[in-house]
Design a protein around this ligand. Sequence first.
Ligand code: FAD
Ligand code: GLY
Length: 401
Amino acid sequence: MAGGGALSGNAAMPETLIVGGGLIGLAIGWQLAKAGRSVMVIERDSPAASPSGASWAAAGMLAPLAEVGFNEPVLLALSRASLAMYPEFVAELEADAGQPVGYRTEGTLIVALDNDDAAWLRRQYDFQQSLGLPTRWMDGNEAWEQEPHLAPSVTAAAFAPTDHQVDNRRLMTALREAFARAGGELRTGTEVVRIQHDGDRASGIWVRPSDDAGADPELLEAPQLVVCAGAWTRLLMANNLPAPAVPPIRPVKGQLLSLTMSPLLRLSYVIRTRRVYLVPKLDGRLVIGATSEDVGFDTRLTAGGLFELLRDAWEAVPGVYDLPVRESWAGLRPASRDHAPVLGPTPLAGLYLAVGHYRNGVLLTPATARLMCEFLLTGEVPEAMQPFGLARFHRRARMHA
Ligand code: FAD
Ligand code: GLY
């Protein structure tokens, strides 16, 4: 991995500086570097510590069908386009990085555990069918035959064969490696404290070592600055940039835990209920998530949060009761006001955004990387990216003024 440590003074500056080394920043950086751009990614976390971003915390589901919202058709189109890119994206990344990313294509079973759940599931299913999505209805018996570890109380299920999954942690590690092999530079342990702007142009970022809040910041300049700072985007941008350049991103906390599957209980499908999901990884982890809490930047684990996850997972798959607990953690989803990502230009020349991927950033990584690269290389906003511009929030603000 290209690495952190001390800032290197006046070395030749890159053409593109990316703030944030999560999946979004790394994937854009990788693709830009492959296209011949000189790219530097600045990441606050140090390699010694566990990453703090959502990309590490996520469950890795690629689930446009299971997560589709009734009023999010434009986001669904982008999500499905990104899902379709996944096989090629994974093949290219695994070849470039020389390591696997745990991509699994068995599909997702969305199950109902009582009559209320069944009514909820039927509404989801009817909506999916109305969009021509490839889900299949199953009664309780059929679901149980498909996945014998499900509770006998399962009353119905919708099978989403194309809702796949990936090991998001391996994806990140592979992206770091592929980015470095493509010639990109990742500076870890480096915090961006401010974006430099002069009038209507942004020209650089002020950085300092993450572990030295008293250090004098250093200015790094580049013609293109891309903010991929996840849930922390507003913290970085709101203090000195004009309001129209700042996207409305807030953190939404999710608590998760993982268990170690046994030879007797090894799931292959992703299982979802109305309240919880269980995501079996190839390395034997069973990831169970997640709470959804609007509590700012608080990432503490709570007894109630973990208790409910375990109870809900046990109701769907009783055998989890005996599995060893492996890990528990929390992450912050970067949520925009309409839950869709914010991609492309800001009112400041030279300053661009790829933020706000909320619950679907792992899924949306290939499409975001492709669209943002096309935009950053040509200056033209691709048609598929146009609905996701920052200007949509200001248009709405004017309409409601
Ligand atoms: P992040 O991964 O948060 O990366 C932002 C990076 O910017 C961080 O590494 C941070 O340290 C760095 N940074 C921030 N500020 C600064 C600064 N000032 N200077 C330097 N660096 C900075 N999506 C799915 O598709 N499927 C899922 O199953 C799924 N499950 C999820 C479960 C949970 C509990 C959570 C929290 C999220 C989940 N998501 C899922 C959503 C997905 O994880 C995110 O949408 C996606 O990871 C966002 O990626 P990102 O690179 O924008 O942000
Ligand atoms: N997409 C799953 C989550 O955000 O919890």
